[in-house]
Design a protein around this ligand. Structure first.
Ligand SMILES: [Zn+2]
Length: 142
């Protein structure tokens, strides 16, 4: 069930737990290179999105595949030891993500999610950012 060795697992945890993770830095770097202006970790928004693009009213999360249980991803396995503990803990994260995303949507924000395993593919991230931020928006009636 758990395909990572203990040392890989602890490396993963120390890396993913902190702020400014590699995947996050990757998305930031690409967004910046594309000329999009953004703010980081806005605490006043549900879920404290990793990147916020105020001009586009778009919030972006960069999720670690393990911590946020990327569906179908090989990095999203539940550890074999103390699996019940992990199940509960990770499920709570997933639940929190869903609550934050729907709260943001209710406030009129667009929400984008990048998964850790996607951020190695810079062309994909660039395309997704452009699609997310530049897609035509229906204007709300005043
Ligand atoms: Zn993944």
């Amino acid at each position: 069930m758990d395909k990572l060795s203990p040392s890989e697992r602890s490396e993963l945890m120390s890396r993913v737990r902190g702020k400014d993770t590699q995947p996050e830095l990757c998305v930031r770097r690409l967004a910046h290179a594309l000329g999009f202006r953004f703010r980081l970790h806005r605490r006043d928004l549900p879920g404290k999105p990793d990147l916020v693009f105020p001009k586009y009213k778009t919030a972006v999360f960069v999720h670690g595949c393990f911590w946020h249980q990327h569906t179908g991803c090989r990095k999203a396995t539940i550890p074999a030891t103390r699996s019940e503990f992990w199940c509960r803990k990770l499920y709570r994260n997933v639940e929190r993500d869903a609550v934050a995303a729907s709260a943001l949507a209710e406030m009129g924000w667009h929400v984008g999610i990048f998964w850790e395993c996607q951020t190695g593919n810079t062309a994909f991230v660039e395309r997704s950012l452009q699609k997310l931020l530049l897609k035509p928006r229906r204007r709300r009636a005043a």
